[in-house]
Design a protein around this ligand. Sequence first.
Ligand code: NAD
Ligand code: WQD
Length: 339
Amino acid sequence: MKIILTGGAGYIGSHTSVQLIRNGYDIVIADNFSNSKPEALRRIEKLVGMSVPFYKIDIADKEALSELFEAEKPDCVIHFAGLKSVGESVRMPVEYYRNNIDTTLTLLETMKEYGCKKLIFSSSATVYGDPASVPITEDMPVGKCSNPYGRTKYFIEEILRDVSKADPTLSIVILRYFNPTGADESGLLCEDPNGIPNNLMPYIMKVAVGRLPRLSVFGNDYPTHDGTGVRDYIHVVDLADGHVAAVAYADSHEGVETINLGTGNGYSVLDVVHGFEKACGHEVPYVIAPRREGDIAECYASPDKAKALLNWEAKHNIDDMCRDSWNAISKNPDGYPAD
Ligand code: NAD
Ligand code: WQD
Protein backbone atom coordinates (compact mmCIF):
# COMPACT_ATOMS: atom_id res chain seq x y z
CA MET A 1 0.00 0.00 0.00
CA LYS A 2 1.28 3.48 -0.88
CA ILE A 3 0.75 6.21 1.72
CA ILE A 4 1.25 9.96 1.38
CA LEU A 5 2.29 11.70 4.59
CA THR A 6 1.43 15.40 4.46
CA GLY A 7 3.68 17.19 6.95
CA GLY A 8 5.87 14.08 6.99
CA ALA A 9 9.05 16.05 7.67
CA GLY A 10 7.70 17.27 11.03
CA TYR A 11 8.14 15.78 14.47
CA ILE A 12 5.36 13.16 14.45
CA GLY A 13 5.44 12.67 10.66
CA SER A 14 9.15 11.86 10.59
CA HIS A 15 8.80 9.22 13.32
CA THR A 16 5.72 7.77 11.62
CA SER A 17 7.58 7.64 8.29
CA VAL A 18 10.24 5.45 9.89
CA GLN A 19 7.75 3.12 11.59
CA LEU A 20 5.70 2.73 8.39
CA ILE A 21 8.78 1.84 6.35
CA ARG A 22 9.91 -0.60 9.06
CA ASN A 23 6.47 -2.23 8.69
CA GLY A 24 6.84 -2.61 4.93
CA TYR A 25 4.72 0.30 3.64
CA ASP A 26 5.62 2.48 0.62
CA ILE A 27 5.57 6.09 1.64
CA VAL A 28 5.77 9.49 0.00
CA ILE A 29 6.40 12.62 2.06
CA ALA A 30 4.94 16.02 1.15
CA ASP A 31 5.90 19.08 3.19
CA ASN A 32 6.55 22.79 2.65
CA PHE A 33 9.10 23.02 5.50
CA SER A 34 7.13 25.80 7.17
CA ASN A 35 7.98 24.15 10.51
CA SER A 36 10.65 21.59 9.58
CA LYS A 37 13.91 21.24 7.70
CA PRO A 38 15.23 19.08 4.82
CA GLU A 39 17.68 17.53 7.30
CA ALA A 40 14.71 15.61 8.78
CA LEU A 41 14.36 13.74 5.47
CA ARG A 42 18.06 12.84 5.39
CA ARG A 43 17.78 11.51 8.95
CA ILE A 44 14.74 9.39 8.05
CA GLU A 45 16.64 7.95 5.08
CA LYS A 46 19.67 7.23 7.24
CA LEU A 47 17.53 5.38 9.78
CA VAL A 48 15.73 3.19 7.24
CA GLY A 49 18.69 2.77 4.86
CA MET A 50 16.78 3.75 1.72
CA SER A 51 15.67 6.85 -0.13
CA VAL A 52 12.18 8.22 0.46
CA PRO A 53 10.22 10.04 -2.26
CA PHE A 54 9.62 13.66 -1.30
CA TYR A 55 7.62 16.59 -2.72
CA LYS A 56 8.19 20.13 -1.47
CA ILE A 57 4.67 21.49 -1.86
CA ASP A 58 2.04 23.43 0.01
CA ILE A 59 -0.83 20.98 0.57
CA ALA A 60 -3.30 23.81 -0.03
CA ASP A 61 -1.86 24.28 -3.56
CA LYS A 62 -4.41 22.35 -5.63
CA GLU A 63 -2.30 22.09 -8.77
CA ALA A 64 0.79 20.85 -6.94
CA LEU A 65 -1.21 18.32 -4.92
CA SER A 66 -2.92 17.00 -8.07
CA GLU A 67 0.49 16.52 -9.69
CA LEU A 68 1.58 14.54 -6.64
CA PHE A 69 -1.53 12.30 -6.76
CA GLU A 70 -1.16 11.90 -10.53
CA ALA A 71 2.45 10.78 -10.17
CA GLU A 72 2.13 8.61 -7.06
CA LYS A 73 -1.47 7.23 -7.10
CA PRO A 74 -1.65 6.81 -3.29
CA ASP A 75 -4.02 4.37 -1.56
CA CYS A 76 -4.03 6.27 1.73
CA VAL A 77 -3.11 9.67 3.18
CA ILE A 78 -1.98 10.55 6.70
CA HIS A 79 -2.66 14.25 7.13
CA PHE A 80 -0.18 15.71 9.62
CA ALA A 81 0.36 19.05 7.84
CA GLY A 82 -0.86 21.92 9.94
CA LEU A 83 0.19 24.77 12.18
CA LYS A 84 0.20 23.67 15.83
CA SER A 85 1.24 26.41 18.23
CA VAL A 86 -1.57 27.28 20.62
CA GLY A 87 -0.16 30.73 21.55
CA GLU A 88 0.58 31.65 17.94
CA SER A 89 -2.97 30.67 16.94
CA VAL A 90 -4.35 33.23 19.40
CA ARG A 91 -2.22 35.95 17.78
CA MET A 92 -2.73 34.75 14.17
CA PRO A 93 -6.16 33.09 13.98
CA VAL A 94 -6.71 33.76 10.28
CA GLU A 95 -3.42 32.08 9.31
CA TYR A 96 -4.36 29.07 11.43
CA TYR A 97 -7.87 28.70 10.01
CA ARG A 98 -6.55 29.30 6.48
CA ASN A 99 -3.69 26.81 6.65
CA ASN A 100 -5.27 24.00 8.65
CA ILE A 101 -8.67 24.05 6.98
CA ASP A 102 -7.52 24.85 3.42
CA THR A 103 -4.97 22.02 3.42
CA THR A 104 -7.69 19.60 4.53
CA LEU A 105 -10.26 20.77 1.95
CA THR A 106 -7.74 20.69 -0.90
CA LEU A 107 -6.69 17.23 0.20
CA LEU A 108 -10.29 15.96 0.33
CA GLU A 109 -11.02 17.36 -3.15
CA THR A 110 -7.90 15.77 -4.58
CA MET A 111 -8.53 12.43 -2.88
CA LYS A 112 -12.01 12.41 -4.41
CA GLU A 113 -10.68 13.24 -7.88
CA TYR A 114 -8.15 10.41 -7.73
CA GLY A 115 -10.35 7.85 -5.97
CA CYS A 116 -8.18 7.70 -2.85
CA LYS A 117 -10.45 6.44 -0.06
CA LYS A 118 -8.40 6.15 3.12
CA LEU A 119 -7.48 9.06 5.38
CA ILE A 120 -5.90 9.25 8.82
CA PHE A 121 -6.17 12.69 10.44
CA SER A 122 -4.05 14.21 13.24
CA SER A 123 -6.50 15.60 15.74
CA SER A 124 -5.78 16.49 19.34
CA ALA A 125 -7.01 16.00 22.89
CA THR A 126 -7.43 19.77 22.86
CA VAL A 127 -10.88 19.26 21.23
CA TYR A 128 -12.17 18.03 24.64
CA GLY A 129 -11.53 21.47 26.19
CA ASP A 130 -11.83 21.20 29.97
CA PRO A 131 -13.18 17.65 30.42
CA ALA A 132 -15.85 16.99 33.07
CA SER A 133 -13.90 13.92 34.22
CA VAL A 134 -10.84 11.79 33.51
CA PRO A 135 -9.92 9.43 31.90
CA ILE A 136 -11.35 10.98 28.73
CA THR A 137 -13.38 8.69 26.45
CA GLU A 138 -14.07 9.48 22.80
CA ASP A 139 -17.81 9.99 23.40
CA MET A 140 -17.25 12.93 25.78
CA PRO A 141 -18.31 16.41 24.55
CA VAL A 142 -15.97 18.23 22.16
CA GLY A 143 -15.76 21.71 20.66
CA LYS A 144 -15.39 23.99 23.69
CA CYS A 145 -11.78 24.70 22.77
CA SER A 146 -9.86 27.51 24.45
CA ASN A 147 -7.99 28.68 21.32
CA PRO A 148 -8.19 28.93 17.50
CA TYR A 149 -5.72 26.05 16.98
CA GLY A 150 -8.01 23.68 18.88
CA ARG A 151 -11.02 24.95 16.96
CA THR A 152 -9.30 24.18 13.64
CA LYS A 153 -9.03 20.56 14.80
CA TYR A 154 -12.66 20.49 15.96
CA PHE A 155 -13.93 22.05 12.69
CA ILE A 156 -11.88 19.62 10.60
CA GLU A 157 -13.27 16.67 12.57
CA GLU A 158 -16.80 17.93 11.78
CA ILE A 159 -15.91 18.36 8.09
CA LEU A 160 -14.61 14.79 8.00
CA ARG A 161 -17.82 13.47 9.57
CA ASP A 162 -19.88 15.30 6.90
CA VAL A 163 -17.67 13.96 4.13
CA SER A 164 -18.00 10.42 5.48
CA LYS A 165 -21.80 10.77 5.57
CA ALA A 166 -21.81 11.88 1.93
CA ASP A 167 -19.56 9.00 0.86
CA PRO A 168 -19.84 6.00 3.21
CA THR A 169 -17.25 4.09 1.18
CA LEU A 170 -14.53 6.38 2.55
CA SER A 171 -12.43 5.11 5.40
CA ILE A 172 -11.44 7.89 7.82
CA VAL A 173 -9.66 7.53 11.14
CA ILE A 174 -9.48 10.61 13.36
CA LEU A 175 -6.69 10.19 15.90
CA ARG A 176 -6.79 12.43 18.98
CA TYR A 177 -3.24 12.63 20.28
CA PHE A 178 -2.59 13.44 23.91
CA ASN A 179 0.90 14.89 24.69
CA PRO A 180 3.49 13.45 22.27
CA THR A 181 7.08 13.49 23.49
CA GLY A 182 10.33 11.49 23.31
CA ALA A 183 12.23 10.55 20.17
CA ASP A 184 13.53 7.58 18.21
CA GLU A 185 16.08 5.82 20.42
CA SER A 186 18.84 6.50 17.86
CA GLY A 187 18.73 10.21 18.71
CA LEU A 188 18.76 10.94 14.97
CA LEU A 189 15.25 12.40 14.91
CA CYS A 190 14.26 15.26 17.16
CA GLU A 191 11.54 17.74 17.87
CA ASP A 192 12.87 20.99 16.47
CA PRO A 193 10.42 23.78 17.29
CA ASN A 194 11.02 27.25 15.86
CA GLY A 195 12.07 29.76 18.55
CA ILE A 196 11.35 29.28 22.24
CA PRO A 197 9.31 26.11 22.81
CA ASN A 198 5.73 26.32 24.13
CA ASN A 199 5.41 22.70 25.19
CA LEU A 200 6.76 21.30 28.43
CA MET A 201 9.20 18.62 27.29
CA PRO A 202 10.95 20.68 24.57
CA TYR A 203 11.32 23.49 27.13
CA ILE A 204 12.81 21.18 29.76
CA MET A 205 15.17 19.79 27.10
CA LYS A 206 16.46 23.28 26.25
CA VAL A 207 16.98 24.04 29.95
CA ALA A 208 18.74 20.72 30.56
CA VAL A 209 21.13 21.33 27.68
CA GLY A 210 21.87 24.88 28.87
CA ARG A 211 20.15 26.80 26.06
CA LEU A 212 17.54 28.31 28.42
CA PRO A 213 18.16 29.28 32.05
CA ARG A 214 15.15 27.78 33.83
CA LEU A 215 11.67 26.35 33.39
CA SER A 216 8.61 28.28 34.58
CA VAL A 217 6.14 25.84 36.11
CA PHE A 218 2.74 27.29 35.26
CA GLY A 219 0.82 27.02 38.53
CA ASN A 220 1.21 24.80 41.59
CA ASP A 221 -2.28 25.24 43.01
CA TYR A 222 -4.23 22.85 40.77
CA PRO A 223 -6.23 20.07 42.46
CA THR A 224 -3.64 17.43 41.49
CA HIS A 225 -1.26 15.27 43.55
CA ASP A 226 1.44 17.98 43.72
CA GLY A 227 -0.53 21.03 42.55
CA THR A 228 0.98 21.13 39.03
CA GLY A 229 -0.87 20.27 35.81
CA VAL A 230 -1.31 16.59 34.91
CA ARG A 231 -1.10 15.32 31.32
CA ASP A 232 -0.93 12.07 29.37
CA TYR A 233 2.56 12.09 27.83
CA ILE A 234 2.94 9.55 25.05
CA HIS A 235 6.18 8.42 23.44
CA VAL A 236 6.28 9.53 19.81
CA VAL A 237 7.36 6.06 18.66
CA ASP A 238 4.25 4.58 20.32
CA LEU A 239 2.24 7.30 18.60
CA ALA A 240 3.87 6.42 15.28
CA ASP A 241 3.00 2.75 15.84
CA GLY A 242 -0.59 3.88 16.50
CA HIS A 243 -0.61 5.28 12.95
CA VAL A 244 0.67 1.99 11.55
CA ALA A 245 -2.24 0.26 13.33
CA ALA A 246 -4.69 2.92 12.10
CA VAL A 247 -3.61 2.37 8.47
CA ALA A 248 -4.31 -1.36 8.82
CA TYR A 249 -7.68 -0.56 10.40
CA ALA A 250 -8.59 1.89 7.61
CA ASP A 251 -7.69 -0.77 5.06
CA SER A 252 -10.33 -3.14 6.39
CA HIS A 253 -13.16 -0.79 7.46
CA GLU A 254 -15.37 1.90 5.97
CA GLY A 255 -16.85 4.98 7.64
CA VAL A 256 -15.37 7.35 10.20
CA GLU A 257 -13.89 6.38 13.56
CA THR A 258 -12.43 8.65 16.26
CA ILE A 259 -9.75 7.21 18.51
CA ASN A 260 -7.66 8.57 21.40
CA LEU A 261 -3.94 7.89 21.29
CA GLY A 262 -2.69 8.18 24.85
CA THR A 263 -1.28 5.94 27.56
CA GLY A 264 -4.05 6.31 30.12
CA ASN A 265 -1.51 7.59 32.70
CA GLY A 266 -1.28 11.12 34.02
CA TYR A 267 2.00 12.78 35.08
CA SER A 268 2.40 16.21 36.65
CA VAL A 269 4.82 18.90 35.50
CA LEU A 270 7.06 18.15 38.49
CA ASP A 271 6.92 14.38 37.80
CA VAL A 272 8.29 15.13 34.33
CA VAL A 273 10.95 17.53 35.66
CA HIS A 274 12.16 14.90 38.15
CA GLY A 275 12.01 12.13 35.53
CA PHE A 276 14.14 14.26 33.26
CA GLU A 277 16.64 15.01 36.04
CA LYS A 278 17.05 11.26 36.52
CA ALA A 279 17.66 10.83 32.77
CA CYS A 280 20.16 13.67 32.35
CA GLY A 281 21.91 13.24 35.70
CA HIS A 282 21.67 16.85 36.82
CA GLU A 283 19.16 19.33 38.19
CA VAL A 284 16.69 21.09 35.89
CA PRO A 285 16.26 24.58 37.41
CA TYR A 286 12.66 25.77 37.67
CA VAL A 287 10.56 28.48 39.28
CA ILE A 288 6.87 28.40 40.13
CA ALA A 289 5.03 30.90 37.92
CA PRO A 290 1.36 31.92 37.59
CA ARG A 291 -1.06 29.59 35.79
CA ARG A 292 -1.03 29.86 31.98
CA GLU A 293 -4.30 31.10 30.50
CA GLY A 294 -6.40 28.35 28.96
CA ASP A 295 -4.64 25.52 30.86
CA ILE A 296 -6.62 22.82 32.63
CA ALA A 297 -5.73 20.86 35.76
CA GLU A 298 -5.81 17.34 34.45
CA CYS A 299 -6.09 15.55 31.12
CA TYR A 300 -5.49 11.90 30.33
CA ALA A 301 -6.94 9.42 27.90
CA SER A 302 -8.96 6.32 28.14
CA PRO A 303 -6.86 4.13 25.80
CA ASP A 304 -9.52 1.37 25.71
CA LYS A 305 -10.97 2.12 22.28
CA ALA A 306 -7.51 2.15 20.67
CA LYS A 307 -6.80 -1.21 22.26
CA ALA A 308 -10.16 -2.66 21.14
CA LEU A 309 -10.19 -1.34 17.55
CA LEU A 310 -6.52 -1.01 16.67
CA ASN A 311 -5.09 -3.66 18.96
CA TRP A 312 -2.60 -0.96 19.92
CA GLU A 313 -1.35 0.26 23.27
CA ALA A 314 1.56 2.41 24.37
CA LYS A 315 4.63 0.48 25.47
CA HIS A 316 6.95 3.24 26.71
CA ASN A 317 6.76 4.85 30.14
CA ILE A 318 7.72 8.33 31.31
CA ASP A 319 11.32 7.26 32.07
CA ASP A 320 11.70 6.03 28.47
CA MET A 321 10.34 9.35 27.19
CA CYS A 322 12.78 11.35 29.33
CA ARG A 323 15.71 9.10 28.37
CA ASP A 324 15.02 9.34 24.64
CA SER A 325 14.31 13.09 24.80
CA TRP A 326 17.61 13.63 26.61
CA ASN A 327 19.47 11.47 24.10
CA ALA A 328 17.93 13.44 21.19
CA ILE A 329 18.67 16.90 22.60
CA SER A 330 22.21 15.87 23.68
CA LYS A 331 22.93 14.85 20.08
CA ASN A 332 21.09 17.85 18.57
CA PRO A 333 21.36 20.70 21.09
CA ASP A 334 20.46 23.29 18.45
CA GLY A 335 17.98 21.12 16.55
CA TYR A 336 18.65 20.10 12.95
CA PRO A 337 21.24 22.08 11.00
CA ALA A 338 19.71 24.40 8.39
CA ASP A 339 20.57 23.76 4.73
P1 NAD B 1 5.23 19.73 13.14
O1 NAD B 1 5.05 21.21 13.03
O2 NAD B 1 6.54 19.21 13.58
O3 NAD B 1 4.84 19.02 11.76
C1 NAD B 1 3.87 19.56 10.89
C2 NAD B 1 4.49 19.59 9.51
O4 NAD B 1 3.54 20.11 8.58
C3 NAD B 1 5.73 20.48 9.42
O5 NAD B 1 6.79 19.77 8.84
C4 NAD B 1 5.30 21.63 8.50
O6 NAD B 1 6.36 22.13 7.72
C5 NAD B 1 4.21 20.97 7.67
N1 NAD B 1 3.19 21.88 7.13
C6 NAD B 1 2.43 22.78 7.80
N2 NAD B 1 1.61 23.40 6.93
C7 NAD B 1 1.84 22.88 5.69
C8 NAD B 1 1.31 23.10 4.41
N3 NAD B 1 0.37 24.02 4.19
N4 NAD B 1 1.79 22.37 3.37
C9 NAD B 1 2.76 21.44 3.57
N5 NAD B 1 3.31 21.18 4.77
C10 NAD B 1 2.85 21.90 5.81
O7 NAD B 1 4.06 19.20 14.10
P2 NAD B 1 3.87 17.78 14.75
O8 NAD B 1 4.08 17.91 16.22
O9 NAD B 1 4.61 16.75 13.99
O10 NAD B 1 2.30 17.61 14.54
C11 NAD B 1 1.76 16.92 13.43
C12 NAD B 1 0.25 17.04 13.47
O11 NAD B 1 -0.23 16.53 14.71
C13 NAD B 1 -0.25 18.48 13.39
O12 NAD B 1 -1.43 18.50 12.62
C14 NAD B 1 -0.55 18.82 14.83
O13 NAD B 1 -1.55 19.82 14.94
C15 NAD B 1 -1.04 17.48 15.36
N6 NAD B 1 -0.89 17.34 16.81
C16 NAD B 1 0.34 17.58 17.38
C17 NAD B 1 0.50 17.46 18.76
C18 NAD B 1 1.82 17.78 19.42
O14 NAD B 1 1.82 18.09 20.61
N7 NAD B 1 2.95 17.72 18.72
C19 NAD B 1 -0.60 17.07 19.54
C20 NAD B 1 -1.82 16.82 18.93
C21 NAD B 1 -1.95 16.96 17.56
C1 WQD C 1 1.87 20.55 29.58
C2 WQD C 1 1.88 20.96 31.04
C3 WQD C 1 1.52 23.32 31.36
C4 WQD C 1 5.27 24.64 29.49
C5 WQD C 1 -0.59 21.35 24.19
C6 WQD C 1 -1.72 21.73 23.29
C7 WQD C 1 -2.41 20.49 22.81
C8 WQD C 1 -1.43 19.49 22.20
C9 WQD C 1 -0.29 19.22 23.10
C10 WQD C 1 -1.38 19.97 19.86
C11 WQD C 1 0.79 21.98 31.38
C12 WQD C 1 2.91 22.92 31.83
C13 WQD C 1 4.23 23.86 29.99
C14 WQD C 1 6.08 25.37 30.40
C15 WQD C 1 4.78 24.45 32.22
N1 WQD C 1 -0.86 20.01 21.00
N2 WQD C 1 3.99 23.78 31.33
N3 WQD C 1 5.80 25.24 31.74
O1 WQD C 1 -0.95 22.48 27.09
O2 WQD C 1 -1.22 20.02 27.68
O3 WQD C 1 -1.14 20.71 25.32
O4 WQD C 1 0.29 20.46 23.50
O5 WQD C 1 -2.46 19.54 19.58
O6 WQD C 1 -3.33 20.93 21.88
O7 WQD C 1 -2.64 22.55 24.00
O8 WQD C 1 0.92 20.81 26.65
O9 WQD C 1 3.35 20.78 26.91
O10 WQD C 1 2.18 23.01 26.65
O11 WQD C 1 1.88 21.71 28.75
O12 WQD C 1 4.57 24.40 33.44
O13 WQD C 1 6.99 26.11 30.02
O14 WQD C 1 3.12 21.63 31.31
O15 WQD C 1 0.97 24.29 32.20
O16 WQD C 1 0.36 21.70 32.69
P1 WQD C 1 -0.67 21.08 26.79
P2 WQD C 1 2.16 21.62 27.16
